[in-house]
Design a protein around this ligand. Sequence first.
Ligand code: SF4
Length: 405
Amino acid sequence: MNRKPGGGNTMKAAKPAVTRRDFIKNCGRCALACALSQGWNLFGALSQAPALTVERGRAGRKASPYFIPLAGGAVQCTLCPHGCEVSPGERGLCRVRENVNGQYTSLVYGNPCAVHVDPIEKKPFFHVLPATLSFSVATAGCNLDCKFCQNWEISQASPDDTQNYDLPPAAVVEAALLSECRSVASTYVEPTIFIEYMLDMGRLARERGLLNVMHSNGFINGPPLKDLCAVLDAACIDLKGFSDDYYRDMTGGRLQPVLDTLKRLREWGVHTEIVNLLVTGKNDTPEAIRALCRWIKAELGADAPLHFTRFMPLYKLKSLEPTPIPTLERAWAIGREEGLHFVYIGNVPGHEAEHTVCPKCHARIIERRGYRILAQRLRDGRCEACGTAIAGIWSAPQKNASRAG
Ligand code: SF4
C-alpha cells in the first residue's frame, strides 16, 4: 500500500518568500520544516527565480521513448503491461501519457502534485538508511485502479485536474539536499507512469550522493524497468495478493507481471521490500498468505523484507472492516514459519512486529514505533551482538557513484 501523502513536511502553495539562501543553509531542516509548514516559498528564494507556484492543470511535456508507432498515427505504449493503443490526441489508461501527432508524450514531467519530506520508514522501507528523511514526489495518475487506494484523489485524477508544481529534476535534488534528505522517493501513486521524470531525477540525485527509491505496484514491462534500475537503489513493491483473480477484480491489473518485476529487481541488484495489504475477507486466507510467503522465499530469498499492512476502509471498500490484528499476526507467524527472516506488521504503531530482529541471535537490532526509530544496534550493516550481516542499505552512496544499467 502506497502511504498517503502528508504527515511529513508538506510544500504548500507559495505565499511569503524567504529571501536569503544563507538563512536556509544555516538553519537546515528545521528552517525548512518551519517554512514549509507556513507555506513559504523556499525555491524562489534559493534560485532567485520566480516564485514556486502551484497551478491547476500545469502540464510538463516530455517525449517518451516507450512506444511503438502504429498505422494511422496511432501508438502502442510499451511502458506497462496494459499496452494501450492510443489514437492521435488521446491518452492512455493512466491519464498522463498522450499521443501528440504520433509521438507518445508524458504530460507530467517536472510537475508533481504532491511533494513532501517523509521519514523513509513511511514508504515503508525498514532496511534502507533508518531514521533518515526522503524527499517524496508524485504526479497525478496511475495505471491501476485499486479499490482500496489511499491516494485515489490524485492517482485517479488527470494532471488537468490537480494543482501541479513546476519542479524540474534539478530543483527536486536541490530541495532534497537542503531539507537534509538522504534519498529521493517516487511514491504515493504508481511512479513508473512518470518514468521520464524519475530517470532524470535519479541521475542527478546519484551525482549528489542521494539514494533513489520508489514505492511501486510493480506493473511495468521489463525494458523500461531495466532503464530505471540503472539509477534505482531500492524499491518497495506492492504484492497485493497472490491470485490473478484478486488482481483483476481489486486492482484492474494482473499478478504475473508483478512477480516478474520482483524477480527482475532481484536479478538487477535493487534492494527490494514487499508490501502485502491484507484486505478483510478478500486476500487474507492462510492458504493465500502461505503461498505468497513460499514464493518470496523461493524466488527472492529469505532476506527479502515482507510487510503485512493493515487495511482501513476507504475509497471503494468503505463497507469492509479494518484488518483484525489477529489476522495480521497469523500472517506474520506464517511468514516466519516459511523461513522469511524479516516479516513486519504495518499500520499498527507500537506492535512488536515493527522491530527488526537478527535472524541468527534474535537480538532486537532496530526498534521502531510507527515511523520513529527508538534504537539501532547495527554496526556497518551487521548485528552488533553476533556480527551477522543484515540485508539492506545501511550507508549512503558516494557522490557521483554510477551503476551499470
Ligand atoms: S503506462 Fe499508461 S499509457 Fe502506457 S500502457 Fe500503461 S496505462 Fe497505458
